[in-house]
Ligand binder design. Structure first.
Ligand code: 6PG
Length: 238
């Protein structure tokens, strides 16, 4: 059962997430710290915090490598780009080397975007024989339908069960439908998974995912069960 932390407000939640990010990154004994970011609106406040003191000057930016748990297949300057959001709110304000940012090349045809991203994952591997790194921190969000990253409700495909990366077409709010996502193969290898979920509209999904019967087809966030890593859920009161 994951650790569940409830915060009075979204800003309290974001501050706690920023503190945890610094704690994990500075306590890591490894030379590099691998992070997979989520997109959407929830992490925006966290990105802004990490871009400002005291967080910005507490983090070893040269050692931190950023990937994405999922990305919309749009160009990096498209308003729907998860990379573009993180760049504007965080990377443009901190001394992070460009080589440490491993974005999904959403401007490519999906088949090429997958090959490129799998190659970036391969190159990041910190122990031989593996095709993707053990992420030190996977930041996860969840939609009101229980999706996480771009794992959406419905039958779990063979690709999702056997490949580290896959493309998905899914309509959610007014967001770009064509996406690329890491699969549970990668997420469940992580050392630490942190869900940030806020807002009343997600309360039903949170209850179903955390306290309802196992139904990972209906509630994709249930597919995230780290084999050895720790998983925390940060929720606001709503
Ligand atoms: C994306 C995200 C997605 C997001 C949820 C929640 O690309 O849209 O990675 O999985 O985390 O949809 O989005 P909000 O934080 O905007 O509610």
């Amino acid at each position: 059962m994951p650790n569940i932390h409830a915060f009075a407000t979204q800003s309290d939640l974001s501050a706690a997430a920023a503190d945890l990010f610094v704690q994990l990154a500075t306590a890591s004994q490894k030379p590099l710290f691998f992070v997979a970011l989520s997109g959407g609106s929830t992490p925006q406040a966290l990105f802004k915090l990490l871009a400002t003191p005291p967080y910005a000057n507490a983090l070893p930016w040269e050692q931190i490598h950023f990937f994405w748990g999922d990305e919309r297949l749009v160009s990096p300057d498209d308003p729907g780009s998860n990379y573009g959001q993180a760049k504007a709110l965080l990377f443009d304000h901190v001394p992070i080397p460009a080589a440490n940012i491993h974005r999904v090349k959403g401007e490519l045809p999906s088949g090429l975007a997958i090959v490129d991203y799998v190659d970036q994952l391969n190159q990041a591997v910190d122990d031989c024989g593996r095709a993707w790194p053990h992420f030190d921190l996977c930041l996860m969000g969840m939609g009101a339908d229980g999706h996480t990253a771009s794992l959406f409700p419905g039958p779990i495909s063979t690709v999702e069960k056997t490949q580290p990366v896959m493309t998905v077409t899914a309509v959610y709010e007014d967001r770009p439908a064509n996406r690329l996502t890491l699969t549970p193969l990668v997420f469940n290898d992580a050392r630490y998974v942190l869900f940030l979920v806020t807002g009343e509209k997600k309360a039903e999904a949170v209850t179903a995912v955390l306290h309802g019967p196992p139904d990972p087809e209906k509630w994709p966030a249930q597919r995230i069960q780290p084999h050895h890593g720790q998983m925390d859920w940060f929720l606001d009161q709503a």
